[in-house]
Design a protein around this ligand. Structure first.
Ligand SMILES: [Zn+2]
Length: 190
């Protein structure tokens, strides 16, 4: 089942998300729904806060980047209760977008490498290192469960320049081809 994606401006996107355990209700179904929602919106990652749940869970499938990085061919993963333990390597710019912030893309500067500890959907613990675009997708989704958006990582000047467009998104004044929930939509006057 496809779920509505929460738009910029919703307080759930600003919350520090909390850990879950194996008894979290309908977890398998939730994960399936998150993948379905992500694919329907042509995304490469989706975090639980983006469907309104402030829990430490995100899904990624970076295979659309496999043209640039062949290692990403089958890069489909579920991250539960992840903790980034280390970020290292040179910092680089990548033009990021976000399903909660349609039509806006900005260069975001992040470290190239990371080490992360997480549980998969079977609640098996992993500790792995990622680099390049794989690390980038994880860093973006991890930010979501920390209550951060990529717009929090751009310069104040850039953010000021985007303010009107961001306000418009919160009000639902944006065209998207997937289902969204806009925090200020019902306050919009016509
Ligand atoms: Zn995002």
């Amino acid at each position: 089942m496809k779920l509505p994606i929460v738009a910029y401006g919703d307080p759930v996107l600003k919350k520090l998300a909390t850990d879950i355990d194996q008894d979290y209700p309908n977890l398998k179904e939730l994960i399936d729904n998150m993948f379905e929602t992500m694919y329907a919106a042509s995304g490469v990652g989706l975090a639980a806060p983006q469907i309104g749940l402030p829990i430490r869970l995100f899904v990624v499938d970076a295979s659309p980047f496999a043209d640039d990085e062949p290692a990403l061919e089958n890069f489909k993963k579920v991250f539960i209760n992840p903790v980034i333990e280390e970020e290292s390597g040179e910092k680089w710019d990548f033009n990021e977008g976000c399903l909660s912030i349609p039509d806006i893309r900005e260069n975001v500067n992040r470290h190239r490498d990371l080490k992360i500890k997480y549980y998969d959907e079977q609640f098996t613990l992993h500790e792995e290192a990622f680099t390049g675009l794989a690390a980038r997708v994880i860093q973006h989704e991890y930010d979501h469960i920390q209550g951060k958006l990529f717009t929090d990582r751009i310069s104040p000047l850039r953010k000021t320049m985007l303010k009107n467009r961001l306000d418009a998104i919160a009000k639902g004044a944006v065209r998207v081809d997937y289902k969204m929930r806009f925090p200020l939509a019902n306050k919009r006057k016509r």
